[in-house]
Design a protein around this ligand. Structure first.
Ligand SMILES: *Cc1c(COP(=O)(O)O)cnc(C)c1O
Length: 286
């Protein structure tokens, strides 16, 4: 098993919340592991157990060149003594960026495929590797959903709204599976046109087909995946200075900024409590 550190729930205090009559709590899951942080820890947990149980020696997965999933998988493999292979979208760029340099330092073998081949995720390509445990892009499979579902059951605090950043939707699916049905769950897609994720989430979570307690707020992508704006940068800097919560611009910065936009538009009823999940992704060893 990967090491795991218990994480706090931090209450945020400021004028915007006071004015709106709301409580905002942040589950600091970014602090759960120095390298395999946030949701990636939970998404990998049962995949790693399955790989070990089935006697696989190698993990293979896909990701972009800045992927938190690649970073986390490389670190998890190294901690548990697996070999790891990362199939990276695009051409090799040297020197390696910090994400890939870190993955290499953890022993991950890097292979590069064209964007077209990546999109097709052809099985033929994988035939050159033997005997690997396969983890899909972003790590989102049924075992990942089980891990996040277990995480959801650890949220023993009173709240009304659960808010989380959405990439592939695996994490939100696990939350929908795991939290009591009277909670409201809001996902904030970080890529443009995130509505297609509704179908992805429905594939991953049976409950999401039946329950109506969840929705996506797709207007907080700030131009698209891994895009940023000066306003977002400023928000992130301010949040760190005022509340001492580190955010990054791909996921958690957009989530928190989105929550504040919804607060100022009057979306959350007075007197309710919002619980935001800090899913990690800072890629800085703690
Ligand atoms: C990967 C990641 C997400 C997205 O998780 P999905 O399960 O792909 O939706 C959210 N936040 C952070 C920090 C991540 O690294």
């Amino acid at each position: 098993m990967l090491q795991y550190q218990e994480t706090p729930i931090q209450e945020i205090h400021d004028m915007a919340l006071e004015k709106a009559g709301l409580r905002l709590l942040i589950k600091r899951e970014d602090l759960n592991h120095p390298l395999v942080s946030g949701n990636k820890w939970w998404k990998l947990k049962y995949n790693l157990m399955e790989a070990a149980q089935k006697n696989f020696k190698t993990l293979l997965t896909y990701g972009g060149a800045y992927s938190n999933h690649i970073f986390a998988t490389a670190a998890a493999a190294s901690e548990l003594g697996f070999k790891s292979i990362g199939v990276i979208r695009g051409e090799e760029v040297l020197p390696l960026n910090p994400t890939l340099a870190f993955a290499r330092s953890q022993g991950m073998e890097l292979h590069y495929i064209s964007r077209e081949a990546y999109r097709a995720k052809s099985r033929d390509y994988l035939e050159r590797f033997d005997n690997f445990y396969f983890i899909p892009e972003g790590g989102s499979n049924a075992l990942a959903v089980s891990g996040v579902c277990e995480f959801a059951s650890t949220l023993d605090v009173a709240y009304d709204y659960l808010c989380c950043a959405v990439g592939t939707g695996g994490t939100l699916s696990g939350l929908i599976e795991g939290v009591p049905a009277e909670k409201k769950i809001i996902g904030f897609p970080t890529l443009k046109g995130g509505e297609f994720l509704i179908e992805e989430i429905k594939k991953l979570s049976g409950k999401s087909n039946v329950l109506t307690n969840w929705e996506l707020k797709s207007d907080f992508h700030f131009g698209g995946y891994a895009k940023s704006t000066p306003k977002l940068t400023q928000f992130i800097e301010r949040f760190k200075t005022v509340h001492n919560v580190p955010l990054e611009f791909v996921y958690t910065g957009k989530l928190m900024s989105g929550i504040y936009s919804l607060i100022s538009s009057g979306f959350f009823p007075r007197g309710t409590t919002i619980l935001a999940i800090h899913t990690g992704g800072l890629q800085v060893p703690k």
